[in-house]
Design a protein. Structure first.
Length: 595
């Protein structure tokens, strides 16, 4: 899909264009859609542009400055020369036995979740593989898989489930939970599925994935488990369950999981061939030929399967448990359950922190799971922010809560509690001074001088938050094309490739990577004033605004891409003339055209 500017691109896509890795991503994505068999992906992983892109993407990770076993933080590590980082990443990909540091995160049920924090250089190496791997895998993944994928979220997942429940006449739901999913996955099994289901036959890349995920506390990795908190772990977890999604697609009569819902159900025509040694064909399907026997919605390892018939659902559950046994996974029978209509005709489903209720008239209620307890926790956290004088943290936390639960039908209750907290907080000894401006609007100012946000109070309009973020689940069901890398506008992509071939800065990967960014920022050559792609690529040169000998740097802000004529004009014109900037530019242009 072509775009005219970077205004509509998310941050990740802008970074890809900025560091010139869009060409790599587009090439991989388009070939993968055609079921290309990959044998040379390792070259793309170690491409300098991809490493630069990985470093930039990691800078937006909220845990980037969490040190690993070696104590290095992101801000300190990236100060190393780029060539040294590239050599270090390549060496790590060919090394096993990486150490991780364990961190215990409390869960809502009182237990803890163990995260494995690797070193910064290991995370950069994993990000390099992820940049390439997600472009290969995205065309294969099911459209009803929402976890750890670009442009998909918990709200799109919940909205799709709600829409499905409204369409089914008598829905029956299997809510499944896998016991210790990330801790029981076999790494070799994931490598096998990458080759089997995704056409990745690059032995070097598969060996790199095995090496870089070979992480443990004591350096004795047994090959079982993916460290939670790793960059590459969630994608490999998706690869594992994608194999089950393909099996379910064949049971439903579809050849591939990514075509579920896009073509006619042919289960009755090839039931005996689709089921392995199976002859099952219920009378229900003879009456309802157009219905799939089960629809699966998944967010990472949490998923539900919705069916119209309990016999069909039981068949799916039996086959899923057989698949789990084969792949050495275990279903948590205590948390897994079948959800049916209760005595009041209501279907009650708790999924991803949301509670979903559907009555006999197909009216939908979406609320916060364990609402009373959760709102009490939110209220406690917001009060703590006020006591500590963190008005900025109060505002960001409040907006985060409301944005996450914006498809609930009772966010107004949360807003009312926040309003009461601020109203009664005016007379209490908090670390923040709270002043009511008008009903529902408050000014919050920290009483601690060094925590005052730019010397101005934070304005909290509680009801405006509610109006801005209140959305129907239908707004998340707008049909969008699946994520794909964004092409550069107007044929500049191929033009930039020609420019890179003629550059003399190959020894400095940073300068070469900045060329796409310089083109996207200006679009036209600043001296001649004509579009870049109308000029000869072999005549383009990089110019330093402040020369290196006068203290200039090789940073992006100090560079500009010029035609050779413009470059000569800048270096030959007499800068000592006391004149305006406009006349200097006119002089440059006149001299460049004359050359």
């Amino acid at each position: 899909m072509k775009v005219d500017s970077t205004a509509d691109l998310n941050a990740k896509d802008r970074y890809a264009i900025y560091y010139g890795s869009t060409d790599i991503q587009m090439d991989i994505y388009n070939r993968s859609k055609d079921m290309y068999k990959w044998n040379n992906l390792n070259r793309k992983v170690c491409h300098p542009n991809n490493i630069m892109f990985a470093i930039k993407r990691l800078s937006n990770n909220s845990g980037r400055n969490t040190p690993g076993p070696d104590g290095w933080k992101y801000v300190d590590f990236v100060k190393k020369p780029i060539n040294e980082i590239q050599d270090e990443v390549f060496a790590l990909l060919n090394t096993r036995e990486h150490l991780i540091r364990q961190v215990e995160i409390p869960k809502a049920n009182g237990k803890t979740r163990t995260l494995g924090i690797a070193n910064i250089n290991v995370r950069i190496a994993q990000q390099c593989i992820l940049n390439i791997l997600e472009c290969v895998l995205e065309p294969y993944f099911s459209p009803r898989s929402y976890g750890f994928r670009r442009d998909k979220s918990t709200k799109t997942c919940v909205s799709s489930i709600v829409a499905c429940l409204k369409q089914y006449k008598n829905p029956i739901i299997y809510d499944c939970d896998l016991k210790g999913y990330f801790d029981t996955i076999e790494l070799d099994r994931c490598i096998y599925f990458l080759r089997k289901n995704h056409n990745i036959y690059d032995s070097t890349l598969l060996r790199w994935i095995r090496n870089i995920m070979h992480c443990s506390i004591d350096g004795r990795y047994t090959g079982i488990g993916l460290a939670q908190g790793s960059i590459l772990g969630p994608v490999l977890a998706n690869v594992m369950l994608h194999d089950w999604e393909e099996k379910l697609a064949r049971i439903n009569g579809y050849s591939q999981a990514n075509k579920i819902g896009k073509e006619k159900n042919t289960f009755l025509d090839n039931a005996s061939r689709s089921l392995n040694k199976g002859t099952y064909e219920s009378h229900y399907k003879k009456r309802r030929k157009k219905n799939r026997i089960g629809t699966m919605f998944r967010y990472a390892d949490d998923f539900v399967i919705i069916s119209n018939n309990e016999i069909d659902l039981q068949q799916i559950i039996c086959r899923f448990k057989q698949w789990c046994k084969k792949n050495k996974l275990e279903v948590n029978e205590e948390k897994s359950k079948i959800v049916r209509c209760d005595d009041k005709g209501l279907i009650r489903l708790d999924f991803l922190g949301y509670g979903i209720k559907v009555n006999a008239n197909k009216q939908i209620i979406i609320h916060i799971k364990n609402e009373t307890k959760k709102i009490r926790e939110i209220k406690k956290h917001l009060r703590k922010c006020l006591r500590l004088g963190r008005s900025d943290l109060f505002m960001s936390s409040l907006l985060g809560y409301i944005n996450y639960y914006d498809i609930n039908t009772n966010v107004r209750k949360l807003c009312q509690i926040v309003n009461n907290t601020l109203y009664y907080g005016q007379v209490r000894s908090y670390g923040c001074n709270i002043k009511k401006i008008e009903p529902g609007t408050f000014e919050i100012m920290s009483s601690i001088p060094h925590l005052q946000y730019r010397g101005k109070p934070q304005v909290c309009n509680v009801w405006n938050f509610r109006n801005m973020t209140s959305k129907s689940y239908k707004e998340y069901l707008v049909k969008k094309s699946d994520w794909e890398p964004k092409e550069m506008y107007g044929g500049v992509y191929s033009w930039v490739q020609e420019v890179l071939k003629h550059q003399v800065h190959e020894q400095d990967a940073r300068l070469t990577c900045f060329i796409p960014g310089m083109v996207m920022m200006r679009k036209t050559e600043p001296i001649l004033g004509v579009p870049y792609n109308t000029l000869d690529p072999s005549t383009m040169e990089i110019h330093h605004k402040i020369p290196i000998k006068y203290g200039g740097t090789n940073e992006f802000s100090n560079l500009v891409l010029l035609d050779r004529r413009s470059h000569l004009a800048i270096h030959h014109i007499n800068r000592t003339i006391n004149t305006t900037r406009t006349k200097i530019l006119q002089g440059y242009r006149k001299l460049a055209k004359a050359i």
